[in-house]
Design a protein around this ligand. Structure first.
Ligand SMILES: Cc1ncc(COP(=O)(O)O)c(C=O)c1O
Length: 444
């Protein structure tokens, strides 16, 4: 089998028809490529016109176990005939408790934990906001510039990665102050690592908490272990530890948003484990259910609401979501996907760095495991962001059979399923290389 295989430059006839119908009826969202998917297996996707693609998106970091993994499909199929939904927030059943015990065991931190199930990343973040407010009695938050935590009004208040996320939505949740993240490729303070002494962390104390954000009013700080949507920004190792220390010294809860980095994506079970810190609250979703909508917040049991009705939902802990998650964890363990992500990630970063040698538009390659990206620039000296190159790379790769998603102002992310066959990973990287070589000419 030839992989990828483009028989008709996409979108083909059937694809174009569907795209037209979609445009009439579907609300505007974040559409990237005119790919009309029909079926998928592992890291391969077929469209309605018979084209075959390599998937470097995993449905936005969701199908870490690969599309339609047989273990997950079987678990869901069995459960569908037994019991699908019984409002786990109001009633009881075994699977939600057993899964919560397993998640609590997996999450960093050697202390009793509680779990609240959600249906998406943003809902996990909303739940974390409420856990933090309830348990501290405080109403303010800190979050990072270029951070992304979702688009519901509480989560949106924390999000700061693109203007269009915010425009016309003011006001969102009040009380959030944003501080610069450690984005060393484009230091917000125009300093250089390591000579900077990680000033961006000290500044949180000196410019914010000492000046105008009273620490005693701050419930929590929200942190992504790698900033995702904002550009796959990897902080230097000192930064998260310093930020964590500042939180602890000021009685501020540390919330880790592992929605995109979780479930083996970065070569650790949770992205925060790269930083050797134990969050008070962990937010997860995306990769948790291999495609079934499910998320959770896992937190120090001391922070629990303890009052019926303070927080709840209808679908959280849905049985299909629970069995899909249980099967996902089984696959991650059995197929050693965390290790596999690290190993394939090393291979990917080696190939990306080789490509960079003769393609100066690749300003910066970065990431952990199979969560990597390239930030494209017009030239490496000025580092001028190149959104037109980002768009070209996504568009032309798609036409040649590689599915990609952008991130940040001029980044392209590479997040294939962790189960991807090595040969398919290389096939995808070959397409990428060819497209990047041609992209050089559009920047001149
Ligand atoms: C780090 C992070 N948090 C939260 C979210 C929001 O998740 P959802 O789109 O499932 O609401 C995302 C989505 O990309 C994310 O990357």
């Amino acid at each position: 089998m030839k992989v990828p295989e483009i028989k008709e430059v996409p979108p083909g006839k059937k694809g174009r028809d569907l795209v037209q119908r979609d445009k009439k009826i579907m609300a505007t969202s974040t559409k990237t490529s005119e790919l009309v998917a029909e079926r998928a297996k592992g890291a391969l996707v077929w469209d309605v016109d018979g084209n075959l693609y390599v998937d470097f998106t995993s449905g936005i970091g969701v199908v870490n176990t690969g599309h339609c993994h047989p273990t997950v499909v079987e678990a869901i199929s069995k459960q569908v005939n037994r019991l699908m939904h019984f409002a786990g927030t109001d009633f009881y059943y075994d699977i939600q408790v057993t899964l919560a015990e397993r998640l609590a065991e997996l999450a960093p931190g050697d202390f009793p934990k509680k779990v609240f199930y959600t249906n998406s990343g943003a809902e996990s973040v909303e739940a974390a906001i409420k856990v933090a407010k309830w348990s501290t009695g405080r109403g303010r938050f800190l979050a990072f510039i270029s951070g992304f935590h979702g688009r519901t009004m509480g989560a949106l208040a924390l999000t700061a990665s693109k203007i269009q996320h915010q425009e016309r939505f003011f006001s969102t949740m009040p009380g959030v102050d944003h501080v610069p993240y450690a984005y060393c490729y484009r230091c917000p303070y125009k300093l250089e690592y390591p000579g900077c002494g990680i000033w961006c962390a000290d500044a949180i104390q000196e410019l914010y908490l000492d000046k105008f954000v009273p620490p005693k009013d701050v419930a929590a700080l929200f942190f992504e272990p790698i900033q995702g949507e904002g550009g796959y920004i990897v902080p230097p190792p000192e930064f998260p530890k310093k930020v964590f220390k500042i939180c602890k010294e000021n009685g501020i809860l540390f919330v880790d948003d592992d929605v995109q980095a979780g479930f083996g994506r970065t070569g650790k079970m949770f992205g925060v484990e790269h930083h050797d810190i134990v969050p008070d609250i962990l937010c997860v979703a995306k990769g948790m259910g291999s495609g079934i909508p499910v998320g959770a917040v896992i937190f120090d049991s001391k922070l629990d609401f303890g009052v019926l009705g303070a927080h709840s939902n209808t679908f959280g802990g849905n049985l299909i979501a629970c069995v899909a998650t249980m099967a996902t964890l089984d696959v991650i363990e059995k197929e050693k996907l965390v290790m596999r992500s690290e190993k394939l990630g090393n291979h990917m970063s080696k190939r990306l760095d080789e490509m960079k040698e003769d393609n100066p538009i690749m300003g910066d390659n970065r990431g952990f495991g199979l969560m990597q990206a390239t930030e494209f620039v017009r030239d490496p000296e000025s580092k001028s962001p190149a959104p037109e190159i980002k768009e070209y790379v996504v568009r032309e790769s798609f036409r040649k059979g590689l599915i990609l998603l952008p991130c940040g102002a001029s980044g392209v992310r590479y997040i294939p399923p962790l189960t991807i066959e090595e040969e398919h990973l290389d096939n995808g990287l070959d397409v990428l290389h060819e497209v990047i070589k041609n992209a050089g000419s559009i920047s001149k």
